[in-house]
Design a protein around this ligand. Structure first.
Ligand code: ADP
Length: 408
């Protein structure tokens, strides 16, 4: 704008000189003034451009100074789920967010990282980063006291400070491990009877082809092996069905006492074979629950089947209301109690994992798929109930199922 104005001013001066009586020295002085003004404006513009884009502004001193706690606190990084830690040049923690406190404990600030976070791979990455200033990315797996899987990045920032960013991948890793364990276990469990079936088939058609008595014996074993495979496939299928439906809560009014009494009838013969007496006492005012009859029948079938399988002959199994506490508002608590082989304390927390079978039971060579209690747990979860296990090795077990009561 100014340039156009100066240009017209010079043109006007020239016109005055040409058309009216205008002294030449005034014209020369005016043109000199305009040229000086032009140079001055040009300089000012280029200075403004430099200060915006290249040179630091006076109040932007943070760029040249180490970051401090107050600088990062304003960035809302406390709300991040990732763990963020900033170290000074001596590797002392000058800032950590809330996630860091949750994972590594309180009072991290001011302490040396090596004394607070004892993860050798991470400390090594920090030291390496101090030397070469290169971004380091590492995976960290911790197994004690509990399994943890972290992915950490270590980067240098201002004035020899180091930024440590750690993301918790524990849950994702756990489900990846579970999936691959599940495939490995399922294949192994199916392969064992299959290999045995193949072996007996070969014997029948080869070495025992002219021995009808051996053939009969082998065919009976093959039938058992085929049934084992069938049971395993059935359990796998029902487990996958239940997992798919776990988010859909059943809504029917179910008479739980009736369900249990029917299950007892189903297992009557099996119990008699071991001379086991089953008693059932479910209170009249606590017999209706919210649920799915078939699925609740599967819960008590699995529990009763186990109680018979893992009990000594001439024992008693009780199914009754119990007084265990729960977070559910109106609930019924039903216990299946046996005085059988029991479960070792360390095994109790793993007993509902798919394919997990306790050592004491494996030693006794009692048949099973290791899927029954996983099915029970998922069905109880689907009913928004609770499942609890109390047990003492060689004394017996109590399996507690808590279900929301049906309200009229
Ligand atoms: P399965 O009985 O087919 O092995 P489950 O999932 O029903 O599979 O049970 C898992 C494991 O829990 C069993 O192998 C056994 O070690 C233990 N278990 C279950 N019920 C009982 C019980 N009533 N007494 C002792 N151990 C039990």
């Amino acid at each position: 704008m100014f340039f156009i104005f100066i240009f017209f001013a010079i043109l006007l001066n020239l016109a005055f000189y040409l058309f009216i009586d205008y002294p030449i020295w005034i014209l020369i002085i005016n043109i000199i003034i305009f040229i000086i003004l032009l140079i001055f404006l040009q300089n000012k513009k280029s200075q403004e451009y430099n200060s915006d884009n290249v040179l630091p502004k006076k109040d932007n001193v943070i760029n040249n100074q180490p970051l401090e706690k107050k600088d990062v606190e304003g960035l809302f990084i406390d709300q991040f789920e990732d763990i963020i830690i900033i170290l000074n040049k001596f590797n002392n923690i000058i800032y950590n967010n809330k996630a860091a406190v949750e994972n590594f404990g309180i009072n991290l600030e001011g302490k040396h990282i090596g004394s607070e976070i004892r993860i050798p791979e991470l400390l090594e990455a920090i030291d390496q980063n101090k030397i070469d200033k290169q971004l380091k990315k590492i995976d960290i797996e911790i197994n004690i006291p509990t399994f943890k899987f972290y992915r950490a990045s270590v980067a240098s920032i201002k004035s020899d400070q180091t930024l440590v960013l750690i993301r918790d991948f524990t849950e994702i890793r756990k489900s990846q491990n579970m999936r691959s364990d599940f495939i490995a276990n399922a294949s192994h469990e199916l392969r064992t009877p299959l290999v045995s079936l193949k072996g007996f088939l070969e014997t029948i058609t080869d070495a025992a082809k002219d021995d009808p008595q051996s053939q009969k014996k082998f065919i009976s074993i093959m039938k058992d092996e085929a049934e084992k495979m069938e049971r395993l496939i059935e359990d796998l299928m029902s487990l996958s069905r239940i997992e798919l439906q776990e988010h859909i809560r059943p809504k029917d009014k179910v008479n739980i006492r009736e369900v249990i009494e029917n299950v007892i009838l189903l297992y009557d013969n099996k119990a008699k074979e071991k001379k086991i007496n089953i008693t059932c006492t479910v209170k009249d005012n606590q017999k209706f629950v919210i649920g799915d009859k078939e699925k609740l029948s599967a819960v008590f079938s699995n529990l009763l089947d186990n109680a018979i399988k893992y009990s000594n002959t001439n024992s008693v199994i009780e199914i009754k209301n119990s007084n265990h506490k729960s977070d559910i508002e109106n609930f019924v608590s039903i216990s299946v109690i046996d005085s059988g082989y029991g479960i070792a304390t360390d095994d109790i927390r793993r007993i509902t994992e798919r394919f997990f079978r306790a050592e004491n039971i494996k030693k006794l060579k009692i048949e099973g798929t290791g899927l029954g209690l996983a099915i029970v747990k998922h069905i109880v979860n689907q009913h928004r109930g609770e499942f609890q296990i109390l047990s003492t090795l060689n004394k017996g077990s109590e399996f507690i199922v808590k279900l929301p009561l049906f309200q009229n």
